[in-house]
Design a protein around this ligand. Structure first.
Ligand SMILES: *Cc1c(COP(=O)(O)O)cnc(C)c1O
Length: 413
């Protein structure tokens, strides 16, 4: 062996281009989304006594703040769970074995919720929809009008389907239910939309709202949020699917440990409090407007890229495209090499297609804690990858996104 002064052999020089990924990884997937530093910092602390005043206060504050987020006077619940937990809480608290529920299809997620109902012993009926269009309120009205005996006890819909990238018109669906004079509970999954776009639980007469922590709420995965209208609370009293963990009655008691059916998720509550602080500091309306502007930039880029023929919006109707995630079809092309390229070479993680779109699409998220450079960076990296991989695309997508953002700031005359 050589002595301690031996010169280290030089790194072999590689002729392959070096990756440009070192630096902060850009997570551009539709959940989990980017967690702000102040939220992470709020969680980085020792555990506290479960009876500590600060914890009790934080719980009360988070429950009250979730009413502001859902825009409701109804009761709110925080579960240790993910979005699927929120779905189960909604169903078990208000429905009974054998109840018929109507699932409004517009992609993956409402159907997944319906599958839960099926396992719980409900009769699940799917109002067929498409992965490329929003739910048709007229079809909802027609189906409900045909249900003259009011066998349908609940209507399940997502506001944004994160798989298809569609946004459903919740007030229009409410109007359809009213036009049919149907008494079913109206349950809305706002998991990919609450904290990203208009959501008005009381004004839209929604009976149960659901969201969770890791999307528009800018928190780590692990919490589900449910809000219940008085009509939902009345249905709760007659439901026979209630279980100890999800039960609203138990969680309505004042004791903190009952609110969580056991130990509170202390650190997540501290993080949530910080995330809610960010939302209210920016102002919910401004948060929604930011999402709209960033979505417009992404859509402008995709519009241009689509001219090459290899990429295409999954949702053809611009008005039905979600402000929080854009789903892009890659007809005839496996999109995985594109995702691998952006991740390994450029440090950007793009979303993959899921459900029916597995292996057929990519998704770009613009959801939660996202700003202009994050979106422009993601679009820029995507365009670099399209060029490097020789995927046909219209040139100038990023320029179009820049123009869209510039237009956002043009003074209104
Ligand atoms: C992510 C998502 C879900 C599922 O949430 P999990 O936390 O993964 O259980 C349900 N619905 C929608 C619309 C979603 O975007």
């Amino acid at each position: 062996m050589s002595g301690k002064n031996a010169v280290k052999p030089a790194q072999p020089v590689s002729l392959a281009p070096v990756p440009l990924a070192r630096g902060r990884e850009f997570l551009s997937i539709p959940g989990p989304t980017n967690v702000p530093e102040v939220v992470l910092q709020a969680m980085h602390r020792p555990a506290v006594d479960i009876y500590a005043e600060e914890l009790l206060e934080t719980t009360g504050q988070c429950l009250a703040d979730m009413k502001r987020v859902f825009r409701t006077q109804g009761d709110t619940y925080i579960y240790i769970g993910n979005g699927h937990g929120g779905w189960e809480a909604a169903l078990t608290n208000t429905l009974s074995r054998g109840d018929r529920v109507l699932v409004l299809e517009s992609g993956r997620f409402a159907k997944g919720w319906g599958e839960q109902g099926d396992m719980l012993g409900m009769t699940v009926e799917i109002l067929p929809g498409s992965w490329r269009h929003a739910v048709d309120p007229a079809a909802v009205e027609a189906r409900l009008k045909a249900d003259t005996r009011h066998e349908i006890k609940a209507i399940l819909v997502v506001q944004i389907d994160t798989a298809s990238g569609v946004v459903n018109d919740i007030p229009a669906i409410r109007a359809a239910i009213d036009a049919a004079r149907h008494p079913a509970l109206f349950m809305v999954d706002g998991i990919a939309s609450v904290g990203c776009m208009e959501y008005e639980m009381d004004a839209w007469n929604i009976d149960i709202s659901i969201t969770c922590s890791q999307k528009g709420m800018m928190m780590t995965p692990g919490l589900a949020f449910v809000a219940a209208s008085p009509k939902a609370k009345a249905a709760h009293l007659k439901a026979n699917l209630r279980t100890a963990y999800w039960d609203w009655t138990a969680r309505d008691y004042p004791e903190n440990y009952r609110k969580f059916c056991g130990t509170a998720p202390e650190h997540m509550l501290f993080g949530l409090r910080a995330a809610l602080g960010l939302l209210f500091e920016e102002g919910l309306e401004n948060v929604w407007a930011r999402h709209r502007a960033l979505a417009a930039a992404v859509q402008a880029a995709v519009e241009v890229w689509s001219k090459g023929g290899a990429l295409e919006f999954n949702i053809p109707d611009p008005a039905a495209r979600s402000p929080s995630v854009t789903t892009i079809l890659t007809p005839g092309m496996d999109p995985q090499p594109l995702r691998d390229f952006t991740r390994h070479n450029l440090g950007v993680v793009l979303g993959s297609g899921i459900g029916d779109l597995t292996g057929k699409a990519i998704r770009i998220a613009h959801m939660g804690y996202a700003n202009a450079p994050m979106v422009l960076g993601t679009l820029g990296a995507t365009e670099v990858a399209l060029g490097a991989l020789g995927i046909p695309h219209g040139a100038g997508g990023v320029e179009a996104a820049i123009a869209a953002l510039s237009a956002h700031f043009k003074p209104v005359r």
